[in-house]
Design a protein around this ligand. Structure first.
Ligand code: ASP
Ligand code: MG
Length: 418
């Protein structure tokens, strides 16, 4: 069981979590619980580090920011003991949870489970602070923001758990953002690959890295509501969304499109009149790669005629993370001589809309239906990219909501009217 910061925000809520854990224990389960810091606490601790010095030592930053989870793990153990459930906390260095030495963004290597196994066999609940581990040499590490999801999946994998239940502010993964489409449906199941695509294109429920780890280790993950009242359904009845391998998806659940995501965090860059010759595209993307900037969608327009004046030319359009736009412009202008473009045009008022589904592997016409649906609504497509299970288009930001809504209907994802 993994509980996020909202569930840990204050003693009253920690008591409710303890009660929920107790129900699982009474149902005959052995339980390890991974906890986040109280909501807002990690931000507060990060702020202290920045205030102490803009150039803080990441090793000391990890000592500071891992403290939030130390507090909540101890408090939950106390709350469990208070209602008669034997429990103890296991800090990252005590198990230990081994990580590499990339302080502030460490990756988990192995987890020693001997102590945990013994503790669970003895009838204790093990409470483990998320987000933290220990590097060789004994220094404390943290896993990057949102990392306690990854801690939970890693612990579940190491222990061979039947399931990793992630209790969160939403009660599952939806076909799309319910704030945009009130008739979005909660998915009972979604594959790891779909979840990765949905997460990476802006549907943030879990830390993306935790989904990759679950896929690699074959951990069955459930996202479910952290609502902890006495009538909350038992986790074994699978009230949330199960993230599983494709082979586990039930036939009745199969749909061509599983979900629709939107992402307003990209920016579009167009370079005009790039020489149409070998090496031209490489000259554009090499400086961006050197600056560690991820390019996502790329289109190269049809060449302008070559003439007496020399080789033809072409316009190249691509997207970068909005946060990297200024650095991208800088890198490209610095390489203008080598690339030989005429003008750099950029636009941050764009949104990427993606339809995702493993079903499209065996169905033709998914992209065509997307383009037709958007065209009928007068929504202009500025760029396209595809993968085996995803089609993404770039459109004007103001049309995001409309696009998501009409596509949700077109692919038959709307819930029945109540
Ligand atoms: N407390 C950490 C954070 O806020 C880790 C987590 O909650 O997942 O990023
Ligand atoms: Mg989180």
């Amino acid at each position: 069981m993994k509980f996020g910061g909202t569930s840990m925000a204050g003693i009253e809520r920690i008591r409710s979590v303890a009660a929920r854990v107790k129900r699982e224990v009474e149902a005959g389960n052995q339980v390890a619980v991974v906890v986040s810091a109280m909501a807002g606490e990690t931000d507060r601790l990060v702020g202290f580090c920045r205030e102490a010095s803009a150039l803080y030592d990441p090793r000391e930053y990890d000592v500071v920011v891992s403290a939030g989870e130390q507090v909540t793990s101890g408090l939950l153990a106390i709350a469990l003991q208070a209602i008669g459930v034997p429990a103890r906390s296991w800090l990252g260095w005590q198990l230990p949870i081994h990580t590499d030495e990339a302080f502030a963004k460490a990756r988990i290597g192995t987890i020693d489970t001997a102590a945990l196994d013994a503790s669970l066999s003895a009838g204790e609940v093990a409470v483990i602070p998320g987000f933290q581990g220990v590097a060789e040499g004994g220094r404390i590490t943290t896993l990057g923001r949102g990392g306690s999801d990854t801690s939970a999946v890693a612990v579940a994998a190491a222990m061979g758990a039947e399931r990793c239940d992630i209790y969160t502010d939403v009660d599952g993964v939806y076909t799309t953002d319910p704030r945009i489409v009130p008739r979005a449906r909660k998915l009972h199941q979604v594959t790891y690959e779909e979840m990765l695509e949905l997460a990476s294109v802006g549907a943030k429920v879990l830390q993306t890295r935790s989904v990759g780890l679950a896929m690699k280790e074959g951990v069955r993950v459930q996202v479910l509501s952290s609502f902890t009242g006495p009538d909350a359904p038992m986790a074994d009845t699978l009230p949330g969304t199960m993230i599983v391998g494709e082979e586990e998806i039930e036939a009745v659940e199969r749909q061509v499109i599983t979900g629709i995501a939107h992402d307003k965090n990209e920016a579009k860059i167009t370079l005009t009149r790039v020489p149409d010759k070998p090496g031209a595209v490489a000259a554009i993307f090499a400086p961006l790669a050197d600056a560690n900037i991820n390019v996502d969608m790329i289109i190269q327009n049809i060449a302008h005629q070559a003439g007496q004046a020399g080789p033809g030319s072409t316009d190249v359009t691509f997207t970068v993370p909005g946060a990297d736009l200024a650095r991208s412009i800088d890198a490209l202008n610095g390489a203008q001589g080598e690339i030989g473009f005429a003008e750099l045009v950029h636009d941050t008022r764009v949104a990427k809309i993606s339809v995702v589904g493993v079903g499209m592997r065996s169905h033709a016409g998914v992209a065509s239906q997307m383009f037709t649906t958007l065209g009928q609504r007068g929504i202009n497509i500025q760029a396209i990219s595809t993968s085996e299970i995803k089609v993404s288009v770039l459109i004007h930001e103001d049309e995001t909501e409309l696009a998501v809504r009409v596509l949700h209907t077109a692919y038959g994802l709307d819930a029945e009217a109540a």
